[in-house]
Design a protein around this ligand. Structure first.
Ligand SMILES: [Zn+2]
Length: 92
């Protein structure tokens, strides 16, 4: 199985890039399938998708959401603030 780090055969970064197209129905059908598979298996991206959809409805500005989104993927979203600072290891 090759999908350990890439659920649906697609990386989280790719999801980030394609998500706006996906939400607007502009991406390929084959890509949609990959994205959906990825989101099924990757709770992080699923959360981001849900958050993004809410944000888009509120903000209505894709640039604003993309910036927030990139920021979100660079940091680990699930790190509890103070306890994890002791361990300065990066996940790979
Ligand atoms: Zn993902």
């Amino acid at each position: 199985m090759r999908r350990r780090r890439r659920p649906g055969g697609i990386s989280c970064k790719k999801i980030v890039r394609e998500l706006t197209n996906y939400m607007e129905g502009l991406s390929d059908a084959s890509l949609n399938i990959k994205i959906e598979k990825h989101i099924e298996q990757c709770h992080k991206c699923r959360n981001l998708l849900e958050t993004t959809q809410k944000m888009l409805q509120l903000v209505g500005d894709e640039d604003a959401f993309l910036k927030a989104f990139e920021k979100h993927t660079k940091t680990e979203p699930e790190v509890p603030s103070q306890t994890e600072k002791k361990y300065c290891t990066k996940k790979k």
